[in-house]
Write a protein that binds this ligand. Structure first.
Ligand code: PBG
Length: 343
């Protein structure tokens, strides 16, 4: 058994010698495996990301995310009720903003009647505090260039002017009833600025879950289809999202966001970055979440469809891996399906 590490103490193991110690002994029967299981996955560990679109009565399937749809606001409350019934404690919302409401400066993010705000209100009206609503803060669903912030003439994403807009976006979402503000933009200094603004506006209990260690990843493709930014995005996001080669830097990102007032931190993508989850958890001992992103979801779906593995087993094993690595919870498009399998 690995003991909890304490400063200045060496980890000790109590593993003996074969044959007195046979590690297969406790694996021999189902009851024993259940008794010795170190990690459990429950529906309460899951956050379910949902995409919202204009119109009414619309369920719009997303081609590159098989099994996932965009829902119009009138249908989104039913998804929330489904989540409550399944024991899922929190939803994450992403809007597919209509094309004529996207602009260079992403000002639709500040509209109190934008898709996101209408969806928040619909869910809160239907479910109240039975479920948490987590909202993404970044400008990419609202900009005509698909970047997460304001850009200069050369296309460089400007930090401080973007933070000013993100403050307004966060206040807009909080006013609509968001429970957790989740900045995914990777601008420097935004957590502290948003925290101050929330406190001042009387939203002391609105949480911040920071996308603290978010990497410039190739796994976001289907998500960009889902929010309609893929065709718009020129270039990449490498001047603000992290280099996949870096791990020390993730700890610095997390440390800064915690110091600025983040209630929890996120690592994203998920499975390829479990080493980061583990380092963050062991270093800071704070609530850590991971985002099993769209490309990861698609890999599982396509692998299962190709007969390369059993879908349900793949889903549950990957989600359990997040818990084992140290996550308090996981954002996953498989949330409802997984909750049903566990349930
Ligand atoms: C945008 C955002 C992205 C995701 C969540 N918020 C994409 C990006 O940074 O380009 C990705 C989620 C996924 O792939 O499932 N700020």
């Amino acid at each position: 058994m690995l003991r909890r590490r304490q400063a200045g103490t060496k980890t000790t193991r109590m593993t003996g010698q074969f044959p007195a110690t046979r590690l297969r002994r406790t694996r021999a029967t189902a009851w024993s495996r259940a008794l010795f299981r170190e990690t459990v996955l429950t529906p309460a560990d899951l956050i379910w990301p949902l995409f919202v679109t204009e119109g009414s009565g619309v369920e719009d399937p997303i081609g590159s995310l098989p099994g996932v749809s965009r829902w119009s606001v009138d249908l989104i409350a039913a998804r929330a009720k489904e989540a409550v019934a399944l024991g899922i404690p929190c939803l994450a919302l992403f809007p597919n903003t209509q094309a004529d409401r996207r602009s260079d400066d992403g000002r639709e993010a500040l509209n109190p009647d934008n898709l996101m705000c209408r969806a928040i209100r619909a869910i809160k009206d239907a479910c109240g505090d039975q479920i948490g609503v987590l909202t993404d803060v970044a400008l990419d669903p609202y900009t005509s260039h698909g970047q997460d912030g304001l850009v200069d003439g050369a296309g460089y994403v400007l930090n401080d002017p973007t933070v000013e807009v993100l403050i307004g976006q966060s206040l807009n979402q909080a006013a609509a009833g968001a429970d957790v503000i989740a900045p995914s933009d990777m601008m420097d200094g935004r957590i502290g600025a948003i925290r101050d603004a929330l406190e001042e506006a009387g939203h002391a209990n609105v949480q911040i879950m920071s996308y603290a260690a978010k990497y410039a990843s190739a796994f976001y493709g289907p998500f960009r289809d889902a929010v309609g930014s893929r065709g718009l995005l020129k270039g990449d996001k490498k001047t603000y999202q992290m280099d996949p080669a870096n791990s020390e830097e993730a700890l610095r990102e997390v440390e800064m966001d915690l110091a600025e007032g983040a209630d929890s931190v996120m690592v994203k993508p998920g499975l390829p970055y479990l080493d980061i989850v583990r380092r963050v958890k062991e270093t800071f001992e704070v609530p850590v979440f991971a985002y099993q992103v769209s490309g990861e979801y698609a890999m599982i779906e396509h692998a299962a469809a190709a007969g390369a593995g059993d879908r349900d087993a793949l889903v549950l094993e990957t989600l359990l891996a997040f818990k084992r690595a140290g996550c308090s919870g996981v954002l996953t498009y498989h949330a409802a399906h997984a909750a049903r399998l566990i349930g």
